[in-house]
Design a binder for this molecule. Structure first.
Ligand SMILES: Cc1ncc(COP(=O)(O)O)c(C=O)c1O
Length: 393
């Protein structure tokens, strides 16, 4: 039986060569490869500044820190995300204010943001943290208009969105990475490009970039990493609160090679999504994802929804049966407000965000990655369709 795991990284000779070059260079932690990766990533998304960090979680934390979001502050975000998005607010003593998602894109619903701001219940909102869910860019024109009206900062959680773009008023199609105060990307193993673990923060604001760069390495001078090299000095100053969020050159080496292949990866992901969409379109038990006009989807995830009225089995059983046939899947996302820590700490309850809960109850993520062969993609299509047929109501 064919086995199609949920994810397999696409690492080739280019990544191997860059990593070996780094290992043999005599410098393996933050150094010249990180600098090059930052420069090339900034160029790729069109950003003025890019700062490489250990992971997107650290990037999001540094973004909050950089914007002075602290105890008692509130940040409006989506419950339909990975815990990292909201977890970092807790690091700063800030509070996540969840609002429900749009039922078509699964992105944060701007109408619900406006409602939360108008409700009078949230007087300390300092920022919005939208997530470009699955790689479909949020409506940044609308989010930016809300932020302007209410004097809020925007930190984009672009963990899924390397390469995503969206039509922006007056600018045409713009890649995610330059549309808000700070944008945070992930290079986790399953992401569109990977460094095994890693992240990047982009910004157009030099002062903010400097503050975050210093904070990302213990609050030391920006070039303290040079202190062991012949050009460096042993002396360093600690300027401010700091964290240990730097990326190593070994990780950056993988990223440099992956970045060169990013457009090719995205095309392959889009081709798989098209194949799935065409295969599942006519099946009444399956609901394919919808891409909004003016969006260039990065297809980090392919989120299929089941229609329970047409099936005798639920999502969990569907996932189990796919696994038994060798198809790995996952579920994105378990709404955060249904999880213990968010209920205990912030008082959220199941039922608070019905759209997120409804989508969660019937969604599953199918394998979508450039290392998939055409036979893998066909096998996933056939297996999903066979299960839907066999268990149709
Ligand atoms: C939406 C979202 N935000 C943040 C993260 C955290 O990324 P990292 O693993 O690079 O810290 C993830 C990781 O899966 C994610 O899906």
């Amino acid at each position: 039986m064919r086995q199609v795991p949920f994810h397999r990284p696409f690492i080739g000779p280019e990544e191997e060569a860059e990593v070996i070059d780094t290992l043999r260079s005599g410098w393996i932690t933050t150094g010249p490869k990180v600098k090059r990766f930052e420069r090339e990533f900034a160029e790729y998304v069109g950003a003025r500044r890019a700062l490489a960090v250990a992971h997107c979680t650290g990037a999001l934390h540094l973004a909050l820190f950089g914007l002075n979001i602290g105890p008692g502050d509130e940040v409006i975000t989506t419950p339909f995300t990975f815990t990292a998005t909201a977890e970092v607010m807790g690091y700063q003593g800030a509070r996540p204010v969840f609002v429900d998602i749009d039922p078509v894109t699964f992105n944060i619903d701007p109408v619900r943001i406006e409602e939360a701001l108008a409700s009078g219940r949230h007087k300390q909102v300092k920022a919005l943290m939208p997530v470009h869910f699955a790689g479909q860019a949020c409506d940044m024109d609308r989010l930016r208009a809300i932020a302007r009206r209410h004097s809020l900062k925007i930190i984009e959680d672009a963990a899924h969105a390397v390469g995503s773009a969206r039509e922006i008023e007056g600018r045409g199609m713009v890649r995610i990475g330059t549309l808000s105060d700070l944008t945070c990307f992930s290079f986790y193993a399953t992401k569109n490009i990977t460094t095994a673990e890693g992240g990047m923060i982009t910004t157009e604001d030099d002062a903010l970039a400097e503050r975050i760069a210093v904070a990302s390495l213990h609050g030391m001078d920006r070039d303290a990493w040079k202190r062991y090299d012949s050009s460096g000095s042993w002396y360093y100053e600690i300027h401010d609160t700091g964290f240990k969020y730097n990326l190593s050159d070994v990780h950056a080496a993988i990223g440099l090679a992956q970045l060169k292949r990013s457009d090719e990866f995205m095309r392959r992901r889009a081709a798989i999504a098209r194949t799935y969409n065409e295969a599942f379109a006519a099946d009444s038990a399956l609901e394919t994802p919808v891409t909004e006009p003016g969006v260039e989807h990065a297809w980090h995830l392919y989120v299929l929804r089941l229609r329970p009225e047409h099936l005798r089995i639920d999502r969990n059983r569907f996932v189990e049966l796919l696994r038994a046939k060798g198809v790995g899947t996952s579920v994105h996302c378990i709404p955060l407000h249904t999880m213990h820590v968010y209920q205990e700490r912030y008082g959220y309850r199941a039922g608070d965000f019905p759209v997120a809960e409804e989508v969660f109850s019937r969604c599953l993520s199918l394998p979508i990655y450039p290392a998939m062969s055409p036979e893998d993609v066909s096998y996933v299509c056939e297996t999903v369709l066979a299960l839907a047929r066999e268990h149709r109501r």
